[in-house]
Design a protein around this ligand. Sequence first.
Ligand code: ZN
Length: 67
Amino acid sequence: MAEFPKQTARDSSSPLEIVLNQLACPACLGDLRIDADRVVCLACARVYPVVDGIPVLIADKSGLSNA
Ligand SMILES: [Zn+2]
């Protein structure tokens, strides 16, 4: 099992975090944050999956319902 090399102090942001800085929640346009292997909206608490390192930001597929 390969282990990812430890990051140095020069850059503490993962590529996914950098991508998320460019994106917003499709439901409420809130800020997104990585939570393990998921993406969580800080504004509405919707949870989106991350597939192969790519956040799947589809509001209809999220686990939260406003019903
Ligand atoms: Zn949201």
